[in-house]
Design a protein around this ligand. Structure first.
Ligand SMILES: [Fe+2]
Length: 421
């Protein structure tokens, strides 16, 4: 979680943050946080706006959540962690909601089963809109009225809540795409949506600066606790691909029998591929003799020049073996990104690394329920770095550690390769 000062300006705010919580500084902080709160809450609604009430109820698999649930859950987060502990006058909007909209915070009380979120037709969308408005007004009141002595602590929780909401903004998009991909009519989320263009130019590998490097958050701006402590890592002599792996390269893997060659696969990966019948990335399907893929603009022909997305860790690992290469470690990725030697580090596809999601040396989760945010997931998952086309503006950073289970394919997940010298 963030350990932040009263003056810790949200990402995108200009200028050096002031240091002392004077009245004047507090006024600036209140205005800054209010604007950030409004902007980020509005982005959630903007992303939900193209979706009908029916769209917003559906849960297409246990890993995905309904849009309506996302909109309510991020609201519950502010109610539970910001308002209830810090505003004695705050009244819970609906006593039944914490059970429905708590995700995984055991310390915050019992909760509804995740795979059954799609069964909750009531509260309806209007009720959730009312919940959001109620909490929005209360949060804005708290921002305006929090006493100076409490401001730093309150704004730190607010800041986590905003970054949390941005994480769900990305999930809202990936979850509805998964739902639409189950629909034979190939629904369109946004007719104008286009895959971001990958950087052009010579492909190939570039040196990652070897030796001992510090990785992890450098202390400037917000970070989640899993990005700390900053620590040293030994980077071997390794080169990293300047570009993301493209659909054309993935088609070569398919055409060479990559999905039918067990020696390319981890044992668990081969088992998953067989059990799930994988023969191409998620959302790909052959139609009229050509590969198509489900996108936010509906079903489209696969663009050979675009980076591949919707692949699992298992597929990324098999592809790297097929190519005679490796996946970079997360430390190699971070050092390369900090050195500015890789293209499209951000904004198109999260990139699987070969690093297991583990605590950095000396990591300690925060006390209390918010300590459940990251630390308890540090087993059996793999780290992805960068960000994707669905990541909200201003949410990504070079030390950011995303993590998913190896079979997960519904995120905009891709890869870049590495080779040892
Ligand atoms: Fe959450």
């Amino acid at each position: 979680m963030a350990r932040t000062a009263i003056s810790h300006a949200p990402r995108g705010a200009a200028g050096k943050p002031p240091l002392a919580p004077t009245a004047q500084v507090l006024d600036v902080a209140r205005a800054t946080w209010r604007d950030a709160f409004r902007r980020i809450r509005a982005e959630t609604e903007k992303r939900a706006a193209p979706l009908s009430a029916e769209d917003q109820i559906v849960q297409s698999m246990a890993d995905a959540s309904p849009t309506k649930w996302h909109r309510a859950h991020v609201t519950w987060f502010f109610e539970q962690f910001l308002l209830v502990p810090n505003d004695p006058a705050y009244r819970i909007f609906d006593e039944r909601f914490p059970f429905l909209f708590n995700s995984y915070y055991v310390a915050a009380g019992p909760r509804h089963a995740r795979p059954q979120r799609g069964l909750i037709t009531r509260p309806n969308g209007e009720d959730v809109a009312g919940y959001r408005a109620h909490v929005d007004a209360a949060v804005e009141r708290l921002i305006e009225q929090v006493p100076v002595a409490d401001a730093a602590r309150v704004f730190a929780i607010l800041e986590i809540g905003l970054h949390h909401e941005q994480q769900h903004q990305e999930l809202l998009i990936t979850d509805i795409l998964h739902a639409f991909a189950q629909n034979p009519t190939d629904p369109v989320y946004d007719t104008k949506w286009q895959m971001p263009r990958a950087t052009q130019g010579p492909r190939g590998f570039v040196d990652v600066p070897s030796g001992i490097h510090s990785i992890g958050h450098d202390g400037e701006g917000f970070c989640f606790d899993n990005e700390t402590p900053r620590h040293d890592e030994l980077i071997p002599q390794v080169r990293i691909a300047r570009h993301l792996v493209s659909n054309a390269e993935w088609l070569a893997f398919i055409d060479a029998g990559g999905y039918a060659t067990p020696s390319l696969w981890l044992s668990d990966g081969w088992a998953a591929a067989q059990a799930e019948g994988w023969d191409a990335p998620g959302y790909w399907r052959r139609q009229d003799g050509a590969w198509h893929t489900m996108t936010l603009a509906g079903l489209k022909p696969v663009d050979p020049g675009a980076p591949v997305t919707h692949i699992s860790y298992y597929e990324a690992d098999a592809f790297a073996r097929f190519a005679g290469k490796h996946l970079p470690s997360e430390a190699e990725w971070e050092v390369a990104a900090r050195a500015g030697v890789i293209a499209d580090a951000f904004g198109i596809a999260w990139q699987w690394t070969r690093s297991a999601y583990l605590p950095y040396p000396g990591y300690r989760a925060a006390e209390g329920a918010l300590g459940e945010y990251n630390g308890k997931f540090m087993v059996s998952q793999m780290v992805l770095r960068g960000s994707s086309l669905a990541t909200p503006e201003g949410h990504a950073r070079v030390s950011y550690r995303n993590f998913f289970y190896p079979p997960a394919r519904w995120q905009f997940s891709g890869l870049r390769l590495a080779e040892f010298i």
